[in-house]
Design a protein around this ligand. Sequence first.
Ligand code: UDP
Length: 242
Amino acid sequence: MTHHPQIYEGKAKILYVTDDPDVLLAYFKDDATAFNAQKRGTIVGKGEINCQIAAHLFRAIEAQGIATHYIDCPAVNEMRVKSVQIIPIEVVVRNIAAGSLCQQTGITLGTILPRPLVEFFYKNDSLGDPLLTRDRLLLMELATSAQLDILHAKAIQVNYILQNFFKLCGITLVDFKIEFGVDKQQQILLADEISPDSCRLWLTGEPDPNLRVLDKDRFRRDLGNIEDAYQQVLTRVLGVRE
Ligand code: UDP
């Protein structure tokens, strides 16, 4: 199809303007990157799979009263979204210890956390997306104190919704990253995407630490069968009746 002008190309998506100034079109690419784009590759069919997973999850979240930027999908790898100004904070929620939490604290991989942990990272590739404290966020004026409280509360709510949703799929939600944007009415909307690129998802009940991985860790750690894992997440997500 012919597209309108491109306004942004990220690592996994391209954003195009549309005839409506309040609406953007997100095209989901098959490109995969990890470790701050030092590792690059292609996951065949990822664009389509992630677009469909994200659409389904946004609808489930919206149905629980959390506003998102999602509108609809005009094609399998294209999503129409409300235009927002992205807040440059990566909000990470963790239920089980993995990744940078284990590396930075020494907590053992797989430890079930007593309560969900919410962390704010600065979305800045040249600085390597550093973990920030609340005081640093305020110092940097990345958000107001009231906005940080809203982001924290929304992150906890999204975690609750996603945890329950994935439980119905036989998938354990280990952790995930979300981003928020501000629309022209100054409303905070859940934005970007939620997919196996941005979540750690483990097949529930699978004890093998490699076989259980259904997310981008298969790419990061060269575990193979990436396409199968992403497709399995989509199939399981589509199997949930709302
Ligand atoms: N994550 C992401 N984008 C990033 C960094 C992290 O989507 O730029 C996701 C990651 O897939 C995981 C969660 O956020 O589900 C927590 O990631 P972590 O801080 O453990 O970082 P990692 O060690 O994976 O880089």
